[in-house]
Design a protein around this ligand. Structure first.
Ligand SMILES: Nc1nc2c(c(=O)[nH]1)N[C@H]1C(S)=C(S)[C@@H](COP(=O)(O)OP(=O)(O)OC[C@H]3O[C@@H](n4cnc5c(=O)[nH]c(N)nc54)[C@H](O)[C@@H]3O)O[C@H]1N2
Ligand SMILES: Nc1nc2c(c(=O)[nH]1)N[C@H]1C(S)=C(S)[C@@H](COP(=O)(O)OP(=O)(O)OC[C@H]3O[C@@H](n4cnc5c(=O)[nH]c(N)nc54)[C@H](O)[C@@H]3O)O[C@H]1N2
Ligand SMILES: [Mo]
Length: 759
């Protein structure tokens, strides 16, 4: 283990002057007028808009500047003065645009008018909204509902998401995959099994009550930077933070608050992690088992010597099942196996265990480093095991804290966007809207693409997102799109998914959440749920970028009305005109969570959904929280341990991207400039392969399924990363990720452990 205060490749703390410079750059690049500066001040404020970037919690008493570098970039990206008009499409064929870089497509500006693809000229041409809805509706009437996929990226509001799922079910399917299928679905499955709720159990207050935090595989400085404020405050109180991450991410090492002049002007910065363990990718189950083993064995000794116990015996007896089996498993697992798989020495895990045993209230934050593995669900269960050992669920300052991605990805699930019928209140929907919802399981994201490859999908409706780029196996899946009968994309900006079209293809431009949404009943607001299960209202503040963009609820209502016709009992026009009516319907479907929705959404700090596990009520089959014996220490069944030159590739985000949206080609924190075609590799692996810094390489996926997946034009960068593990960027590396390389129980693609070799 290395001292936690020395980042290896970036000499500055995250935040600070670098952060301010990056914000200034993008605001200039996007020509966001200076008079619009106050936009940022309305971000995450009670009467303002919820940031379109990440889903981190919004405090009741926000800072004057309740935004961060990432949020400022996302806002500038949406409020850009650049426009894509029908003229743009007259000038460029779709084939020509296919050669454009992801960055350049979005950088061309906001979409302004509804367009339809014309095969004869290979161009998009303008179409009226009425005609677009009509044609899409007519086309949908001719398709088998089971062959139609309704995808949501996690940005759409609770209102839109509720309308979208109802539309899909009235149409006749549960094919409602969303971005969480590639993201925190391992969390939803793992936590539901373990503690009976699929989301984190913590709220912002817990940061003031905790006395230790763990960080597993989440890169806070880049992906949820507003959370650094809570971390900084906790560190000032002396709360230790123990991090497990193969890379030394600067944001997890230290933080200079760019909104605190004192910290900006002096080199003083807050050290974030007090212990930093650079484990191997996929090594978390082993590492956590090591900590649990140390705690259990210390407890055995304490018990034998009559000293106070190290585990919370009363909690375990009263609230859990499976402890004895788990403890036996931990005792019998050999340290040498734990060390081999985790890549960490025993002493490092003992040190983490020691700190853990001294803490009375512990938070465990985690992200894609845990969930995007073949054993991603097991990783999440291991976090629960660790917390349950000392009663760290359902008490102040303690609990599992999955850090969600998209700003409303958690909320979409809450209001019914799910392919799993058992998770949707189908009986209630049937009663409320007098129809018979389909009861068969729908397709998640991976299943939708498996079906697409088999020719079983006829249409995809994308409410945001960029699936051509974000799903695995790009070389296999991209050609499948052109065989579809219908593709409909609702989007703010142009991306590659809009260029890989079905026989009938429509591109429908929507308002960004930052823009004022005027409907017949007046200006509308929407709402979302953050990572801590808290609902907030959000009101647009800027004039729409074009007169011809429409809100997402408007578009969903328009298509639903056209596709369902007299079959639907919903007055889609009324819903479109007044979203308060939609919220009332949501409240009727989910009274426990959303009663008095219209009034409560404006409460300062929002309102929380009830979380039974927070109250130590366990909605599991046994009525208790469950320990799980891991089925394997972490060995990836797709990783040929016997192939001597095998490497595990993790696909990462830079600070200059939001998923497939690439703001610029730099990765300031990792010292990468002007390119994303980079592979981070240890000196040892470079030496073994006789590779020099900057040398161009090709990676090939190790698999026996007959497909040759390879990606060339990558440049080696020497990096502080464990031997045998390498890092590259998402989405560029998605060609290397096989569609079948996913977490068994959740089908989240294993994007953090792709078996590859250098050829
Ligand atoms: N600026 C910005 N913000 C974002 C996004 C964005 O693209 N840009 N995306 C949003 C979305 S949708 C999401 S889901 C979140 C994603 O946010 P994160 O969960 O932070 O996801 P990643 O950046 O993919 O990677 C997380 C970290 O996991 C580490 N890691 C990789 N493999 C392992 C492993 O096996 N074990 C451990 N312990 N660590 C590992 C990596 O080094 C990296 O630091 O961020 C959201 N916020
Ligand atoms: N290899 C690899 N693959 C991954 C990941 C990884 O770490 N590695 N991460 C996975 C994760 S965590 C996620 S969440 C997915 C994300 O996958 P997606 O949901 O497919 O992709 P995004 O990049 O979030 O979507 C970007 C597009 O959404 C549109 N958009 C932006 N704002 C709005 C809006 O307000 N409304 C509408 N309708 N459209 C809007 C814009 O046109 C933009 O181009 O990717 C996954 N894929
Ligand atoms: Mo995500």
């Amino acid at each position: 283990m290395k001292p936690a205060d020395k980042p290896s490749s970036y000499p500055f703390a995250s935040g600070g002057w670098g952060s301010l410079k990056a914000v200034t750059q993008i605001v200039t690049q996007e020509k966001v007028a200076l008079k619009d500066g106050p936009i940022l001040l309305k971000q995450n404020k009670p009467e303002g808009f919820a940031c379109v970037s990440c889903s981190w919690a919004k405090p009741a008493h926000p800072h004057t500047f309740e935004f961060c570098e990432s949020g400022a970039k996302a806002t500038a990206w949406d409020t850009t003065k650049k426009r894509i008009t029908p003229d743009f499409f007259a000038q460029h064929t779709v084939t020509e645009l296919l050669d454009w870089h992801d960055h350049d497509l979005e950088e061309a500006g906001r979409l302004t008018a509804p367009m339809k693809y014309d095969h004869a000229t290979d161009k998009y041409i303008e179409i009226s909204w009425e005609q677009a809805f009509d044609e899409i509706g007519r086309e949908m009437c001719m398709l088998d509902p089971h062959s139609v996929v309704f995808y949501t990226s996690g940005r759409a509001s609770l209102e839109t998401a509720y309308m979208f799922q109802l539309f899909a079910r009235m149409y006749g399917c549960n094919n409602l995959p969303d971005s969480s299928n590639m993201c925190h679905e391992s969390t939803s499955v793992g936590l539901t099994e373990a503690i009976g709720v699929g989301v984190g159990t913590i709220v912002l207050d817990d940061f003031e009550k905790t006395d230790l935090m763990f960080f597993f595989g989440q890169n806070v400085g880049t992906n949820s930077p507003r959370m650094l404020h809570q971390l900084q405050d906790a560190r000032k109180r002396g709360v230790p933070i123990i991090t497990f991450n193969p890379l030394r991410e600067p944001g997890l090492v230290s933080f200079a608050n760019p909104q605190s002049p004192l910290q900006m002007l002096t080199p003083a910065e807050t050290r974030i992690s007090t212990q930093y363990h650079q484990l191997k990718t996929g090594g978390d189950t082993a590492a956590i088992l090591g900590i649990c083993k140390a705690v259990i064995e210390a407890d055995d000794r304490a018990q034998a010597e009559g000293r106070p116990r190290k585990i919370d015996v009363e909690f375990i007896e009263q609230h859990t099942t499976g402890f004895d089996d788990f403890a036996a498993h931990a005792r019998s697992t050999e340290w040498r196996d734990i060390e081999r798989v985790s890549g960490l020495p025993r002493v490092a895990l003992l040190e983490a265990a020691d700190e853990y045993m001294h803490a009375q209230a512990v938070l465990a934050h985690f992200g894609m480093g845990l969930t995007q593995h073949r054993l991603g669900v097991q990783n999440v269960r291991m976090v629960c095991n660790l917390l349950l050992l000392r009663g760290n669920i359902g008490k102040p300052g303690a609990g599992p804290s999955p850090i969600r991605g998209h700003s409303n990805v958690q909320g979409q699930r809450t209001v019914g966007v799910t392919e799993k019928p058992e998770l949707a209140p189908l009986d209630q929907l049937a009663k409320q809207f007098s129809f018979e919802p389909p009861r068969d399981k729908g397709m998640n994201t991976v299943e939708a693409f498996e079906a697409m490859l088999e020719g079983k999908v006829s249409a995809v409706l994308n409410l945001g997102g960029n699936l051509v780029r974000s799903v695995p196996d790009r070389d296999r899946t991209e050609p499948a799109w052109s065989k579809l009968q219908l593709t409909v994309n609702v989007a703010t900006k142009l991306n590659r998914s809009h260029l890989v079209n079905g026989k009938n293809a429509y591109l429908l431009p929507c308002l960004s959440r930052i823009e004022i949404d005027r409907q017949a009943s007046g200006e509308q607001a929407v709402s979302m749920e953050d990572s801590t299960g808290c609902m907030h209202g959000s009101r647009g503040v800027t004039e729409p970028g074009s007169d011809d963009t429409r809100s997402e609820p408007f578009i969903v209502a328009g298509i639903a009305k056209a596709a369902l016709g007299a079959r639907s009992t919903v007055d889609w026009d009324a819903w479109r005109d007044d979203y308060a009516i939609v919220r009332d319907e949501i409240a009727t479907t989910y009274p426990d969570i959303f009663h008095d929705f219209n009034a409560r959404m404006w409460q300062p700090g929002g309102f929380h959904r009830p979380l039974p596990a927070r109250e130590r009520v366990w909605k599991t089959k046994s009525g208790k929280a469950g320990f799980l014996v891991p089925e394997s220490l972490g060995e990836d069944p797709d990783m040929p341990e016997t192939t001597p030159d095998a490497l595990r590739l993790m696909t990462l985000r830079s600070d200059s991207q939001f998923n497939t949206t690439i703001y610029s080609l730099d990765d300031r924190f990792r010292g990468v400039k002007d390119t994303r075609m980079v592979i981070l590799m240890s000196q040892a692996d470079m030496a073994k392969r006789q590779l020099q810094e900057g040398q161009e390489i090709t990676l090939q996926t190790l698999s026996n399924d007959g497909f040759d997946r390879r990606l060339g034009g990558l440049h080696v960068k020497a990096y502080d990363i464990p031997e045998g593990c390498i890092g590259g960027y998402f989405p560029e590396c998605n060609v290397l990720l096989p569609l079948w390389h996913y977490a068994k129980e959740s089908k989240v693609p294993g994007a953090k452990s792709i078996p590859v070799r250098v050829i």
